[in-house]
Ligand binder design. Sequence first.
Ligand code: BDR
Ligand code: CA
Length: 310
Amino acid sequence: MEKTKIILDCDPGHDDAVAIILAGKNPKIDLLGITIVSGNQTLDKTVRNALNVTQHLEIDVPVYGGCSEPMVRKKVVAGDIHGESGLDGPVFPPLERKAEPEHAVNFIIKTLMESEGDITVVTTGPMTNLAMAMRMEPNIVPKIKQIVLMGGAIANGNVSPAAEFNIMADAEAAYVCFTSGRPMTMVGLDVTRKVLCYPEIVERMGRIGNRASKLFVDLMGHFCKTQKEVFGWEGGPLHDPVTLAYLIDPSVLKVKPMNVRIDIRSTESYGRTNCDPFDYLHLPHTADVAMDIDVERFWDIIEENIRLYG
Ligand code: BDR
Ligand code: CA
């Protein structure tokens, strides 16, 4: 079976941690490295969270710390959802794993330059690391097979009427990536808000009874509570793992090619992904945008992947 080679760039984060679970053992995925960015919490915390998750689940993949600040704007974090640690809820054994000494941006550049153009970059946090890599070494751009990102929305955002968190937290970085000319798949709130992790889903995954299943339950305990406090939903939307689910089984999403532009100029709509599904503007299609998701299949993928942990 041919595996999809990926670099997972993330900011764990509860739903990022579930994305790591999906990427860590799936036989269709060749996870080359996990690169970390500041986002849901500050960089020191998101790196620590990635190390804790990979150590606990024995995912033997290098973790690289990346950018601690956005490219232009002031840093924001999402402590209201992910807590003070960025991964409140689970209690991990003492941390022995360390991050690699190499900077995430250098790892991305080196790995892409040495590749045969067959690497997919998956981003589930602000796009700072990838954008910085493109600016530092523009020759990587044609080497990127595709970018699959969790971010943006055709409809409303989740941090302002216009913007979704990952794009708003570094809209200039998203702008760089969306104007790179590489194939992009945008997995936005339009679909991730359809996979709400209701209590019966948490119970279903909990019944699997392995380490990943226990971690999932502990993660969702905190995540679903804060999602309810902030948004009023009974189940937390499991945003980030949709990117991995799509790479594992593309039939899980319906996508539509369209022009997408990132708003970096306006104050009220900073970070909006201006999508043109009806081609009003007659502009080139720059991304495949997720329009719908097979919810049942998505939860089956989550279950199948949790089961891979023994
Ligand atoms: C995105 O923001 C973060 O809080 C989540 O991890 C996800 O990547 C959803 O807007
Ligand atoms: Ca994230």
